[in-house]
Design a protein around this ligand. Structure first.
Ligand SMILES: [Zn+2]
Ligand SMILES: [Zn+2]
Length: 104
């Protein structure tokens, strides 16, 4: 059975209080507004329009906390795209490719 965590605000990504702060909520709204509540990745990669419901950090917050509220580091994404840019979230649930020594 595959269990997928529902993570809209990246809370599961970090698990700390950042995503509950008023600063983040306010920033999140302004990023969604900037991107017209449209998924940037769908528009640029898939040439389709989809409503964004997630604001994603391009540089991960745990590695670049100084970019946490930097507009250039934030993009609006739909749920599917957000999953696609975070393969690590599902690593534990997917079979890892086995290395075959003969195919080096
Ligand atoms: Zn998308
Ligand atoms: Zn993210």
């Amino acid at each position: 059975m595959v269990f997928r965590r529902h993570c809209t605000d990246e809370i599961a990504e970090l698990g700390d209080g950042f995503y509950h702060t008023p600063e983040w909520r306010h920033k999140r709204e302004s990023i969604l507004k900037r991107d017209h509540h449209e998924c940037v990745r769908c528009r640029e990669v898939h040439h389709r329009l989809r409503q964004a419901n997630t604001v994603h950090h391009i540089e991960h917050l745990d590695e670049h906390p100084e970019l946490a509220l930097n507009d250039d580091n934030l993009v609006s994404l739909c749920f599917d795209c957000h999953n696609e840019v975070h393969p690590e979230k599902f690593e534990a649930f997917e079979r890892k490719p086995k290395y075959d020594d003969e195919k080096w």
